[in-house]
Ligand binder design. Structure first.
Ligand SMILES: [Ca+2]
Length: 217
């Protein structure tokens, strides 16, 4: 009986010691950040329309292959005014709940543009692997109609910017194939001299810099 009593005490001490160690390791654990980058070049790009024909005719260009994209309105080399919006899609198969943060980079800011508005949209199919147009771009352009605005940012040249997507919006917009898609547009698209350029997959590859990405914990 005495031996059993002693081993019982010893066992209790060991158990308490083990629990203390587990307790310590739990306290020191930090939430692990998960990142989901743009995976391929055709998962981001710019879509431009001839500003002159807006809003009735959505005719313009689809460009998923450039190093960066305008966000806003510019006069093209041919003298046409083009309004451009930017599209990104991310594979979020690893996501298992909680808010998601979108991270993008402003490459350059020209003039005094208004804010970049960030929308979560229904998924879009990959961009063609060559620039296309002029053609009807309403399939991309009209995605904003069911979009959810999640934020607006005013970055300076070189700045990274971040916008949080609430868990409820992720659940609402995540596609059956686990993609989450974004649209960036200028708040005021009427000025052709105030515009941003923002990073794309191709810009990051060409400049050895991080790609646009999502993060969550
Ligand atoms: Ca691209």
């Amino acid at each position: 009986m005495k031996r059993i009593y002693v081993s019982g005490i010893f066992g209790a001490i060991l158990l308490a010691f083990a629990l203390a160690i587990v307790g310590c390791s739990e306290e020191s654990e930090e939430p692990v950040e998960v990142r989901a980058e743009i995976q391929v070049g055709v998962d981001d790009g710019g879509v431009s329309v001839f500003t002159h024909y807006l809003p009735d005719t959505l005719f313009g260009f689809i460009n998923g292959v450039s190093e960066g994209s305008f966000c806003g309105t510019v006069v093209s080399g041919g003298g046409d005014t083009l309004t451009t919006r930017v599209y990104y899609r991310f594979d979020i198969s690893e996501w298992d709940g909680g808010d998601i943060v979108f991270h993008g980079q402003c490459i350059e800011k020209f003039g005094s543009p208004t804010a970049i508005e960030v929308y979560v949209i229904d998924g879009f199919t990959q961009f063609p692997d060559t620039a296309q147009g002029p053609l009807d771009v309403s399939g991309y352009w009209n995605l904003i109609q069911n979009g959810v605005k999640v934020g607006a940012v005013m970055p300076n040249s070189g700045d990274w910017f971040a916008v949080t997507v609430p868990d409820s919006v992720v659940l609402q917009k995540k596609t059956a194939s686990n993609y989450l898609a974004f649209l960036l547009k200028l708040e005021d698209e009427s000025s052709a001299t105030d515009v941003y350029t923002v990073s794309t997959y191709e810009y990051a590859e060409g400049h050895n810099s991080p790609k646009p990405y999502l993060s969550w914990e």
